[in-house]
Design a protein around this ligand. Structure first.
Ligand SMILES: Cc1cc2nc3c(=O)[nH]c(=O)nc-3n(C[C@H](O)[C@H](O)[C@H](O)COP(=O)(O)OP(=O)(O)OC[C@H]3O[C@@H](n4cnc5c(N)ncnc54)[C@H](O)[C@@H]3O)c2cc1C
Length: 407
């Protein structure tokens, strides 16, 4: 039998030169541009009691700092690197996008989390913008001059989003939008929102058909109460639409096809969150190793106790496996393959692993793991949130089971 080298077998875990350059530049960017902004903010950023107004809204200094990081990141070419070049991005591969997200999350908590666009920024759904929409909505978001939000969840539907009750009806040349959304990230601060509404009843269009995405501007919707989730206070809010008239030019993509469009990008969102979970898990494991070596109890470093070392080693094994799943999933997307099962495996396993590692990181650090001025509880809260957003644990497991033909 002929011998095969690894690359001819189609498998490589090497970063290419372009990716290595991007990751090095990201490190340098965070140190040079982001950390000084954090240092200037000082306690206003690190102390949750100073970071928010009494209703939970982020204070203006923090909002300005976040805006500055995003603008600098856009100028440096990081913020929209995942979007195709014709949509104003850099068109990096999904593998590079995975590695960039993992890399930034590996730097710990803080404003570095704003460097790569989240739901407030340029995402593939918005890249469908055409004509005037590109100039008015997409490109200002790519340049971080405007921010947006993605609104699907409602008081009565989350996972079951095709059953949404927000509607838009055609009256003459206009669409008339009515309904309510909640838990919408960046809604309190966005310049416009991408709103999903039912435009044709399920009986006619089917469960996933008949849903349209509209671009709705800040003065056209009402922001209700903040939905202050522990670990994400001040970021999400309810929004309401009361007979909002919208011209045809506000339809993003084709009418009635928004749910299919969003499903086309589902794997990318899951890859992004998986990468963040893997990166943050790696960061926490490094912190645990450092602490387990230096902290002493009963006359020896705590890392010498088997229960502590096994906790860290088990975490490392799982983080390693989650990373391998992430790279494989991203590679399959780049190869144009169907990565639905891979993305659900990654999202479920990486976020569950992050949750376990974050919990153990608190344990390894004892009381100091609980201290407000340490980041461990922040990570634990983030890990818990990641198990709910972009499809809950149960929805990921349903998807895996469906792909396996069990359901
Ligand atoms: C921090 C944060 C940010 C968010 N940002 C946004 C945003 O920007 N835009 C947006 O539209 N939404 C956003 N959301 C909402 C989020 O996407 C939903 O909360 C999520 O989809 C779950 O919906 P739900 O909370 O209504 O739970 P439900 O769907 O009501 O689920 C409740 C429980 O039932 C389980 N369950 C439901 N269906 C099934 C099933 N078929 N099989 C097994 N179990 C099931 C779920 O897994 C869960 O455990 C955000 C939420 C949070 C916390």
């Amino acid at each position: 039998m002929a011998t095969q080298d690894a690359s001819s077998a189609g498998v490589s875990f090497d970063s290419d030169q372009e990716t290595r350059l991007i990751l090095d530049s990201l490190t340098e960017f965070v140190e040079r541009e982001v950390e000084p902004i954090e240092a200037d903010l000082g306690e206003t950023y690190t102390n949750p009691r100073l970071r928010h107004e009494s209703d939970g809204r982020l204070v203006d200094e923090v909002l300005d700092a976040i805006g500055e990081v995003r603008t600098k990141s856009a100028e440096a070419g990081f913020y929209a690197m995942n979007l195709p070049e014709d949509a104003g991005g850099d068109g990096v591969s999904t593998v590079t996008w995975y590695r960039a997200n993992r890399h930034v999350a590996g730097m710990g908590t803080g404003l570095s989390g704003e460097v790569l666009a989240g739901p407030e920024g340029p995402k593939p759904l918005l890249a469908q913008a055409t004509g005037e929409q590109r100039e008015k909505y997409l490109l200002p978001v790519v340049r971080a001059e405007k921010s947006t939000a993605f609104a699907q969840t409602e008081p009565s539907v989350g996972s079951d989003s095709p059953n949404m009750t927000t509607t838009a009806e055609k009256e003459g040349d206009e669409w008339v939008l009515n309904g309510q959304k909640q838990w919408i990230t960046n809604a309190p601060y966005a310049d416009f929102v991408q709103v999903f509404a039912r435009t044709t009843p399920q009986e006619e269009a089917g469960r996933y058909g008949g849903i349209t995405c509209f671009l709705v501007e800040r003065d056209e919707y009402e922001v209700g109460s903040l939905n202050n989730a522990v670990g994400s206070v001040g970021r999400q809010a309810e929004i309401r639409f009361d007979d909002v008239s919208l011209p045809e030019s506000r339809v993003l993509g084709e009418p009635d096809s928004a749910f299919y469009d969003a499903m086309g990008f589902l794997s990318l969102g899951r890859i992004e969150l998986g990468a963040q979970a893997v990166g943050a898990s790696g960061h926490l494991l490094d912190k645990c190793v450092e602490y387990a070596r230096e902290r002493e109890a009963f006359g020896r470093s705590i890392g010498k106790f088997q229960q502590i070392s096994a906790m860290i080693a088990r975490g490392r094994a799982k983080q390693y496996a989650a990373d391998a799943a992430g790279l494989r999933c991203a590679w399959r997307v780049d190869e144009g393959e169907d990565a639905i099962e891979d993305a659900s495996i990654l999202k479920w396993f990486a976020t569950d692993t992050f949750w376990e590692i974050a919990d153990n990181a608190v344990q390894v650090h004892g009381s100091s793991g609980l201290a407000e001025d340490n980041p461990f509880m922040d990570h634990l809260q983030t890990a818990r949130t990641l198990r709910i957003v972009e499809g809950t644990d149960e929805i990921q497991l349903n998807t895996i089971a469906k792909q396996m033909g069990v359901r």
